[in-house]
Ligand binder design. Structure first.
Ligand SMILES: [Zn+2]
Length: 401
């Protein structure tokens, strides 16, 4: 473990503290599942129920031009220099925006030392696309500033700091949208999005990190790691993280095997530390703390010129303390309280009366005709890609007609 962490000069105590802090706050994650369960009106709660939208028929669309304006406004607290360079990227074709035949999927930022960064997008007019653009432009500007300030050999930045620059932008954009939400529905949708983001980036990644920590500890204590040992350990870890209200399916015991990161050691914890660091810096900049913007731009210009933990320390966040992690977990709790208040206020929360539990012999078109809705609508509201892929016990949302 030390050998893996040493590659980025991270001490074992950072890893251990991260796992410990999240363990101390697992009650918040359990609370989130209880809130969802109640809002959806379910007696049981399975993994896939995490993804059922809490708001009926609600979708945000955004053109690429609108996303550019959103980013320029939402990231304004990062200062005029940052916005000027962001817009330089927009206006000078750094970005390959739309999907095209044979184009690589997903999104990333790439460049060489003496070129400007290039960003690959597959922009599809969704809010997620706009957030991806914010994320990738965070990487692009990090490269741009580091390449400008550093000699070739120290321009490249490690992953430990890279994801701070990208996550920071997502935090600013989501926060900006939540503050300006024009209805309770919109606010609830955005807060749930932020909650999901923290759940996926902090809680789930630390769950992976703990599983990894424990598998290595078993091996070091001389225990053979058979598939059965790993399956049981995995079940134990997910039940502990997701809590008593979450029903684990027996098939979930194999899930660990499909996570590629477990085959290259001690990596996933960085998602959680980066988001915690970004959140700490985000708060300082938002609170207009003296010198915080300048320190952040220096951070973006630092590349790999020092140990990542030291670069972050200069920017104003101490990853050797548990404060950054505790900070984002406290924020998670605040968001849950807002969610509960909004769910109480709006009657838009789903209830069991407009869901359908799949029984043996059910096929999607039959369910659609039973409720007098179109197959396309049923598939889209439930985010189903394949009309033949429904499982017994699955709960489907029935759109109003
Ligand atoms: Zn990234």
């Amino acid at each position: 473990m030390e050998a893996s962490l040493e590659a980025e000069f991270v001490s074992k105590s950072i890893y251990d503290n991260l796992v410990q802090s999240v363990n101390n706050n697992l009650g918040q994650l359990h609370r989130y599942y209880e809130i969802r369960k109640k809002a959806l009106g379910y007696d049981t709660f399975y993994g896939y129920d995490t993804y059922v939208p809490l708001i009926k028929d609600y979708n945000v669309t955004m053109t690429y031009e609108e996303a550019q304006i959103l980013l320029s406004n939402a990231l304004a607290p990062l200062g005029d220099t940052y916005i000027k360079d962001l817009e330089k990227g927009f206006n000078n074709r750094w970005i390959d925006v739309y999907e095209d035949d044979s184009k690589y999927t997903g999104a990333y930022s790439w460049g060489t030392y003496d070129s400007h960064p290039y960003v690959l997008m597959n922009y599809d007019n969704t809010l997620d696309s706009a957030l991806t653009l914010a994320h990738e432009m965070g990487h692009a500007l990090n490269s741009y500033y580091s390449d400008k300030a550093q000699p070739y050999q120290s321009a490249d930045y490690p992953i430990f700091t890279a994801e701070v620059a990208s996550t920071m932008n997502e935090l600013f954009v989501t926060d900006y949208l939540i503050e300006r939400a024009s209805s309770d529905q919109e606010k609830l949708y955005l807060i749930n999005k932020q909650v999901e983001n923290i759940r996926g980036t902090v809680f789930v990644q630390v769950m992976f990190a703990e599983f990894e920590q424990r598998t290595h500890a078993l091996l070091e204590s001389g225990q053979p790691l058979s598939a059965e040992v790993l399956n049981n350990l995995w079940l134990e870890v997910i039940q502990k993280y997701f809590g008593p209200g979450y029903n684990v399916l027996d098939e979930q015991k194999y899930d660990w095997a499909r996570i590629p990161h477990f085959y290259y050691n001690f990596y996933v914890y960085k998602y959680a530390t980066s988001m915690s660091a970004a959140f700490s810096l985000f708060n300082q900049i938002k609170a207009e703390k003296e010198g915080s913007v300048e320190a952040y731009l220096e951070f973006l210009s630092a590349g790999g010129s020092d140990y990542p933990v030291d670069i972050l320390k200069k920017a104003g966040v101490d990853m050797n303390s548990s404060e950054p992690v505790d900070g984002i977990l406290a924020y998670f709790g605040t968001l849950l309280t807002q969610m509960e208040e909004l769910l109480d206020k709006t009657s838009t929360g789903m209830t069991s009366s407009n869901t359908h539990t799949v029984i043996a012999g059910d096929v999607l078109w039959k369910i659609a005709s039973q409720y007098n809705v179109s197959l396309e609508e049923l598939m889209s509201i439930n985010k189903l890609q394949d009309k033949d892929l429904i499982t017994i016990g699955q709960k489907l949302i029935i759109p109003a007609n």
